[in-house]
Design a binder for this molecule. Structure first.
Ligand code: GRF
Length: 308
C-alpha cells in the first residue's frame, strides 16, 4: 500500500524500528513493520459497540422514570457527540512511553469504547524494555525506538527530523501523547505538534515538576514537603520539561499517614481517568485556548456552553 511504499523508499534502513531490532535484523528492510501497516478492519466491533449502545439507550427509555431524566439527557448528548464524530475520521495518536504504559492502555481502552474518537497508530519508546512495548507489539501497533540507548550506533539512530517525518508524513499522526516518556522532545516536534501534544505528570504542576522529577521521586518530594494535596496534571508540551500550558488537573487530599507509594497508587488511578478525558477533548476538537495566555480550556462534552 501507499504508506508501506513511503516507508520502504524514504527509510530503507530503519534501524530504530524496534520490531526489527528485536529480531536482530538491523539495517535491512523492515518487512515486519511494513506488513503491520495493513490493519484488519475494525468496522465489525465498532458496529457491535454501536448496537450495544443503542440497546442500552432503548432499555433506559423503556424502564425510564423521572429520576432517569438527567441520565436520558446525558445519553442523548453523548449519542449526539458520537454521531458528530462518526462523520469525521478518527485521529491518529502516537504514544511515547518509557515504562509500563498503563496510561497508554487507559487511552486505548477509551478508544475502544468510543469515548476517544481516535486510535493508537504508533508507539515511540525510549527503551527496548519498556513494559508497554510488548503490549503494543501484541496489538500490531508499530513501535519506534527513539532516541535509543548507548548500544545503538549513531548511523542506526533516527534523527529528530526523521522522527518528525515519520510522525507527520508516514503515520499521519494528529495527536501525540507523552505517557511516562522520560526524554526531552526535540524542538521541531514541539513546533509540528504545537497544541496537539499532551503530557501527563503525576503531581500538581507547576510544583514538583521539571528535569529529573519523575516516578517515585515526585511522590516522595510531595510527601516530604508536607503538602496536603496532590494529583495529576495534563498539559501541552513545549521545549522544557513539565512547563507547557495546563489543561486539566485532579485533586487528591493527602492523609498525613500516607506513604509515597500510597500517594503514587492513588494518583495513578486518577491519571487513568483524566488523561483519556483530555485526549477525548483534543480528538473532538473541544479544547480552546485562553486568549491572554494560551491556557487550554475544555469545552464540556455534554454542554457546549460550559468550559472547565
Ligand atoms: C505516570 O505516573 C505519569 O504521570 C508519568 O509517568 C508515569 C507513567 O506511568 N509521566 P505508566 O507508564 O503510564 O504506567
Amino acid at each position: 500500500n501507499q504508506r508501506a511504499k513511503m516507508s520502504s523508499s524514504s527509510f530503507s534502513s530503519c534501524a530504530s524500528c524496534f520490531l526489527q531490532n528485536h529480531q536482530g535484523g538491523v539495517g535491512g528492510r523492515c518487512s515486519r513493520r511494513i506488513s503491520r501497516l495493513s490493519r484488519p478492519s475494525s468496522s465489525s466491533p465498532r458496529r457491535q459497540r454501536r448496537v450495544l449502545f443503542l440497546r442500552a439507550c432503548a432499555a433506559q427509555r423503556t424502564s425510564g422514570n423521572d429520576d432517569d431524566l438527567d441520565e436520558d439527557e446525558d445519553a442523548t448528548k453523548t449519542k449526539q457527540q458520537h454521531q458528530r464524530n462518526e462523520k469525521k475520521p478518527k485521529k491518529n495518536i502516537a504514544v511515547f512511553i518509557s515504562g509500563g504504559g498503563s496510561n497508554m492502555r487507559a487511552v486505548h481502552a477509551a478508544c475502544e469504547t468510543g469515548e476517544i474518537h481516535g486510535q493508537i497508530s504508533l508507539v515511540v519508546t525510549s527503551s527496548y524494555t519498556a513494559g508497554g512495548v510488548e503490549w503494543a507489539m501484541d496489538r500490531d501497533v508499530p513501535v519506534l525506538l527513539y532516541p535509543g540507548g548507548k548500544d545503538l550506533e549513531e548511523s542506526e539512530r533516527i534523527s529528530p527530523s526523521e522522527l518528525n517525518e515519520f510522525l507527520k508524513n508516514e503515520y499521519k499522526i494528529d495527536v501525540v501523547l507523552l505517557a511516562g516518556y522520560l526524554r526531552l522532545i526535540p524542538p521541531e516536534l514541539c513546533r509540528t505538534f504545537e497544541n496537539k501534544m499532551l503530557n501527563i505528570h503525576p503531581a500538581l504542576l507547576p510544583a514538583f515538576g521539571g528535569r529529573g522529577m519523575h516516578g517515585a521521586k515526585v511522590h516522595e518530594a510531595v510527601v516530604n514537603s508536607g503538602a496536603r494535596f496532590t494529583g495529576p496534571t495534563v498539559h501541552f508540551v513545549n521545549e522544557n520539561f513539565d512547563e507547557g500550558k495546563i489543561v486539566a488537573q485532579r485533586i487528591i487530599r493527602i492523609d498525613p499517614s500516607w506513604t509515597a507509594e500510597e500517594v503514587a497508587r492513588r494518583v495513578l488511578k486518577e491519571e487513568h481517568e483524566v488523561f483519556p478525558e483530555v485526549v477525548a477533548a483534543l480528538c473532538d476538537e473541544r479544547i480552546e485556548f485562553r486568549e491572554t495566555d494560551g491556557v487550554g480550556v475544555i469545552i464540556d462534552k455534554m454542554d457546549s456552553n460550559k468550559r472547565y
